[in-house]
Design a protein around this ligand. Structure first.
Ligand code: ATP
Length: 384
């Protein structure tokens, strides 16, 4: 199973300091009885000299909210298009609900794609838009209407069935596009940055609705985004992609708390990256010099003299009056409402960001000094 990353050494060259048990994720309702919703086996897609997707093996469980996350150009949209059948793989096999669909054209695959652009027909009412897939399948007019109305009710749009797309807000149009996806009861709904065109507040509301709807209906969602916060909020599991490959496939909690590469640590959330050096070993435990003291790191194989990077999340750092933490001088304050984001300058000139909840206590002043305390357990070490 690719879902849960191991806690010790990864091919990416990272070693974790001892970790608490990893989050295993929410069990899917029928993951042991039904075939996977989507199974990619050795899938490669090349466009001329560009390898957009590179030997991808990926199993998406039935009923899960699965997200492909990554920077622009990492291959997430291409992977989605391969599942949809809009593109064909150069190599490899694609199965949907256990059936090999490699040779099946897009319109016959049991999937429906929702795009950022909604792709609604402007001259048709919302009801006709939603009923359209059923019209293509030649259902009776009464069936088309009943099922389209039921799908619109699912997204709280029953009252707007007679409007045209131009008479709806962006959020309402996206709900209509979702209703059109739901109406044909596909095994899998593919969503390509579906909330990308919405303003931030509406986007947050729609995230909530989307997640709630997916849980209620139990349909497999395969979601593409470059927004890591959206991915963490919505997903049962996330595939973090880079260069056409998955570099970590995990639950949101594991991806955030136990990133397996420096790339994952810096892509997901904010993190302080601290340059450090291996100074020796003691009975299999690595000794690493960082932030003014030597730390013992279990299982660290990198030889003495190697440069390593430590990653430390801002919310794991405590401002203290004394202690062993490095001393910092406050040089920046971002007031975020729920949180304070404090930037400290250390003696060596580097910066360290500290994040703490706004509990209504006095905000520290620029120029104040503090010891920046942290637990060694919260450090992640990366050897590359
Ligand atoms: P974005 O978030 O910008 O949409 P993405 O992660 O979805 O990025 P893809 O669209 O899958 O990335 O593209 C992956 C790589 O394949 C990129 O280098 C892209 O330029 C290339 N690519 C995608 N489609 C084509 C195409 N039709 N012809 C040539 N190259 C393509």
């Amino acid at each position: 199973d690719q879902g849960e990353s191991g806690p010790v050494t990864s091919p990416g060259g990272c070693v974790y300091i001892t970790r608490p048990p990893l989050d295993q994720g929410t069990p899917m309702q029928d993951q042991h009885t039904s075939p996977p919703a989507v199974d990619l086996r050795g899938v490669t897609k090349r466009f001329g000299a560009v390898t957009a997707v590179d030997r991808l093996d990926l199993t998406i469980r039935s009923g899960e909210f699965f997200t492909m996350l990554g920077a622009s150009g990492c291959g997430k949209t291409t992977t989605l298009r391969l599942i949809a059948g809009f593109d064909l793989p150069t190599e490899g096999q694609i199965l949907i609900s256990g059936q090999d669909v490699s040779e099946v054209p897009a319109y016959q695959r049991p999937v429906h794609t929702v795009f950022q652009s909604y792709a609604l027909f402007p001259h048709m009412t919302i009801l006709d838009n939603v009923a359209f897939p059923l019209k293509v399948r030649r259902l009776t007019r009464a069936e088309q209407r009943d099922r389209a109305m039921a799908a619109l009710d699912m997204v709280q749009m029953g009252g707007l069935a007679d409007r045209r797309p131009a008479q709806l807000s962006g959020g309402q149009q996206q709900r209509a596009a979702l209703a059109r996806a739901l109406v044909s009861e596909p095994a899998v709904i593919l969503l390509d940055e579906p909330l990308g065109a919405l303003d931030l507040k509406l986007r947050k509301e729609m995230q909530h609705e989307l997640k709630e709807m997916q849980r209620r209906l139990g349909i497999t969602f395969v979601f593409v985004t470059h927004d890591q916060e959206e991915a963490l909020t919505l997903s049962d599991r996330i595939a973090l992609m880079q260069g056409g490959r998955i570099i970590q496939l995990d639950t949101p909690a594991n991806l955030y708390n136990a990133p397996n590469t420096l790339y994952a640590a810096s892509f997901i959330g904010e993190t302080n990256l601290i340059p450090a050096r291996v100074v020796g070993h003691d009975n299999g435990t690595g000794l690493v010099e960082a932030l003014g003291r030597t730390r013992r790191i279990e299982g660290l194989a990198a030889p003495a003299g190697s440069a390593v990077t430590l990653a430390l999340r801002p919310e794991r750092i405590r401002r203290e009056a004394g202690g062993e933490g490095p001393e910092g001088r406050l040089v920046g304050i971002d007031f975020i409402g729920t949180d304070l984001r404090l930037t400290y300058a250390l003696a060596d000139g580097s910066r360290m960001v500290v994040r703490e909840q706004n509990r209504g206590t006095t905000i520290p002043r620029i120029g104040e000094t503090a010891r920046l305390g942290h637990d060694d357990d919260d450090l992640h070490i990366f050897t590359t």
